[in-house]
Design a protein around this ligand. Structure first.
Ligand SMILES: NC(=O)c1ccc[n+]([C@@H]2O[C@H](COP(=O)([O-])OP(=O)(O)OC[C@H]3O[C@@H](n4cnc5c(N)ncnc54)[C@H](OP(=O)(O)O)[C@@H]3O)[C@@H](O)[C@H]2O)c1
Length: 324
């Protein structure tokens, strides 16, 4: 029987269990996918910890690449033998093989290997909608991207640079600062010892930036608002340090009639057309070389507990992948 990581209760990394699971044959609209590489995302820790409540027991993980072994009735988008990747649908990607709704599967273009596909799909599509749709960044603009050396961060910063933006990134250490600089950041702020808003004001001649992409959440939210120019857009898209606490809306008027959005990838890829367009944009920047993805951290799937410890402990750089 195949094995998968599952939770029967929420809590720390220790609640991740490595169990045998029954997979069965694909039903209508489903495909049986044997995973070659599983993408790790910070949202997996929210499901595990209970920050984002999920019905229990539950699988964990949203992203993987592998081979279609069988398809159920009515499936036309993929065939047995196809190499595919997905970033969404029901949780449960931390598995050797599983059933997946075929509508979320995307064929992996030739030239992109399974580990790269699993490393880039969810994070790359996130970077795509943030910088091309939520706030379409134009050449010559200066923008702030938090957690610049993270999984989403390293992809977004390279892509922003390719769009002609001046990129200010925040990181937690000097080692990560060097990596962020090598991946498109013009200016790096080490947030553990510098005041981000003060540095952003200094770097922009007091003007502030038109957009802040903030996935750190609780620890950075208010300071991020102080980085914006009047009418600027605050994009709060994650909670790595915890959920943003409730605040008085008039803060947005006091700080310059600011805009605020709390977007999620699921909304931006809800239709098959949007999913394919977003994914194709990611494949294009990989093919052109504008975005390069080196997978620095590869763990066995059975070591998911350690993966979560390292991700939450800020010890990872770029994308993290697990292999069955
Ligand atoms: N809304 C969406 O559609 C969407 C989609 C994908 C991801 N996200 C969010 O984007 C963020 C990045 O995701 P990812 O998977 O690529 O993770 P990641 O950026 O590789 O890891 C999170 C990073 O956040 C930074 N961080 C700052 N304070 C932290 C704290 N108190 N605890 C832990 N980390 C802290 C750390 O970098 P430093 O040490 O350099 O500060 C850490 O490496 C997450 O918040 C995730 O939830 C949102």
């Amino acid at each position: 029987m195949p094995k998968a990581v599952r939770i029967t209760e929420t809590g720390g990394p220790e609640v991740l269990r490595w169990d045998e699971v029954e997979v069965g044959a694909p039903g209508a609209g489903q495909a049986l996918v044997r995973h070659a590489a599983v993408g790790v995302n910070f949202i997996d820790t929210y499901h595990r910890s209970g920050l984002y409540p999920v019905p229990l027991p539950s699988g964990i993980g949203s992203e993987a690449a592998g081979v279609v072994e069988a398809v159920g009735p009515g499936v036309t988008v993929v065939r047995p033998g196809d190499r595919v990747v997905y970033a969404g649908g029901p949780r449960g990607a931390y598995a050797e093989s599983r059933l997946v709704p075929a509508e979320v599967l995307l064929p992996i273009p030739a030239g992109i290997d399974d580990r790269t596909a699993a490393a880039v799909m969810l994070k790359g599509m996130t970077a795509q909608y943030l910088i091309r749709r939520t706030y379409p960044v134009k050449a010559g603009e200066t923008v702030l991207f938090h957690a610049a050396a993270g999984g989403v961060g390293l992809i977004a910063c390279q892509w922003l640079k390719a769009l002609g933006a001046t990129v200010i990134g925040t990181v937690g250490s000097d080692e990560k600062a060097a990596i962020a600089r090598a991946h498109g950041c013009d200016h790096v702020i080490v947030s553990t010892r510098e005041d981000t808003a003060a540095r952003v004001k200094e770097l922009t001649g007091g003007a502030g930036v038109p957009v802040v992409y903030d996935s750190v959440g609780k620890d950075t939210f208010l300071n991020s608002l102080d980085c914006l120019r009047p009418l600027g857009l605050m994009v709060s898209f994650g909670n790595s340090s915890g959920k943003v606490t409730p605040f008085d809306l008039t803060i947005l008027s006091q700080k310059g009639s600011l805009f605020l959005t709390r977007p999620t990838l699921a909304t931006y890829t809800a239709t098959r057309a949007d999913l394919e367009a977003t994914a194709n944009d990611v494949f294009d920047v990989l093919r052109s070389g504008a975005v390069k993805v080196e997978v620095r951290h590869v763990y066995p799937l059975a070591d998911a507990q350690q993966v979560h410890r390292d991700l939450e402990g800020r010890r990872t750089v770029g994308s993290v992948v697990m292999t069955p």
